[in-house]
Write a protein that binds this ligand. Structure first.
Ligand code: G6P
Length: 362
């Protein structure tokens, strides 16, 4: 029962749940390990996945943002075409589907009505469905053909944190399993790399004062904030900006670095806060160029980079992990910055205005 979950010494569930992320990743490794200590998914699900020409991921909110990273994993590791849709859009404007699609519903609660509406539609069309959820026995789990569980423990704060990283971990395991099943070689040891991810997340969870200072320095007087990144960093920026707007009410948007000059740059004023993420070698110079463009227009830029790519004025350097797995690590400071920005403003962090933990109406 959710009401029995104690906050312990934590002031808010959100901070507790941010801190639970490393143990949740370790728990997922344990839950998905077979007797040979390899990570795998249920063989029925593997079989269903092997039989499709395209995967459609359907989700809402933070789960949608996890789906974007899931697409990266499935396409880069397993080389299966994957598309990601906002549930409420898909149900009213169904795209042209491939010959043999499979639908993955990502939902922390397993109760989101927008996602369920799509599930009902595609089941009627006779397609296979898989739900990735934190709640066994939830509606989306019961109604789909297959379920993969997050094992993240109850998430109480409305703003989702540990479910997001757990969703990514399960999607990574699914992608690796599918790649192996297709006979492709996976050039890394997923158990080991996810273990390193958990350690790196822990390191960042131990640097809370730093994130508190960043929130103070960049966000204390601003009404808006832009997050910029390229490639997978862009997807993490979408999640970072969602966290910030949900709990601090600062108007926040995530943008693709290269797209700034096509419009958004018009919004940059003196001291506008910009949080820039750079974790990938191939986009490092590009995003740093974007940062120069906004600094030239007066922006207050906070650069968060990956170890190995860092430069002298970067505000935070993330511990190194596998290139594909940087989202697990780069999202942690964004969650913490959002948390402290909201706390400094005296917001109701665990129950932000106008939001519900699970939205059971379309
Ligand atoms: C609500 C919550 C969000 C959540 C979204 C999807 O809007 O406020 O935090 O991301 O629903 O929820 P789900 O349970 O389907 O992941």
């Amino acid at each position: 029962d959710a009401s029995d979950i104690e906050k312990g010494t934590y002031e808010h569930y959100m901070l507790k749940e941010i801190d639970e992320q490393p143990p949740v990743i370790r728990k997922i490794i344990q839950e998905y390990s077979n007797d040979k200590n390899e990570l795998e998914i249920d063989s029925d699900i593997r079989q269903a996945l092997l039989d499709v020409d395209r995967i459609y991921i359907i989700a809402a909110g933070t789960s949608y943002n996890a789906g974007l990273i899931g697409k990266e994993f499935i396409e880069k590791i397993a080389r299966v075409h994957t598309e990601v849709f906002v549930a409420s859009e898909f149900s009213y404007n169904m795209p042209l589907l491939s010959q043999k699609p499979l639908f993955i519903f990502i939902s922390q609660s397993g109760e989101t009505a927008d996602s369920r509406a799509v599930l009902v539609q595609v089941k009627e069309l006779g397609y296979k469905t898989l739900t990735i959820t934190n709640v066994p026995g939830s509606t989306l789990s019961r109604e789909a053909d297959y379920t993969l569980l997050l094992h993240a423990g109850p998430e109480i704060a409305v703003a989702s944190t540990k479910a997001y990283t757990a969703q990514m971990a399960v999607l990574a395991i699914l992608a690796v399993d599918l790649a192996r099943a297709k006979g492709s070689s996976v050039p890394f040891d997923v158990t080991q790399e996810l273990g390193l991810v958990a350690n790196a997340m822990e390191t960042l969870c131990n640097e809370k004062e730093e994130m508190e200072q960043i929130a103070e320095e960049y966000l204390s007087v601003s009404r808006n904030c832009f997050f910029i990144g390229r490639a997978v960093d862009y997807y993490v920026c979408l999640e970072g900006s969602l966290k910030l707007k949900e709990i601090s009410y600062i108007q926040a948007e995530g943008f693709a670095g290269g797209e700034l000059k096509h419009g958004t740059i018009a919004l940059i004023e003196n001291r506008t806060p910009i949080i820039a993420l750079t974790t990938q070698q191939h986009v490092n110079l590009g995003i740093r160029g974007n940062v120069q463009e906004v600094i030239a227009r007066g922006a207050n830029a906070c650069i968060i980079s990956m170890e190995g790519l860092e430069q002298i004025n970067d505000r935070l350097v993330l511990p190194h992990v596998l290139d594909l797995f940087t989202p697990f690590v780069s999202v942690v400071p964004l969650q913490l910055i959002a948390y402290y920005a909201a706390r400094q403003r005296g917001c109701d962090i665990d129950k932000p205005r106008n939001l519900a933990k699970s939205v059971t109406v379309e």
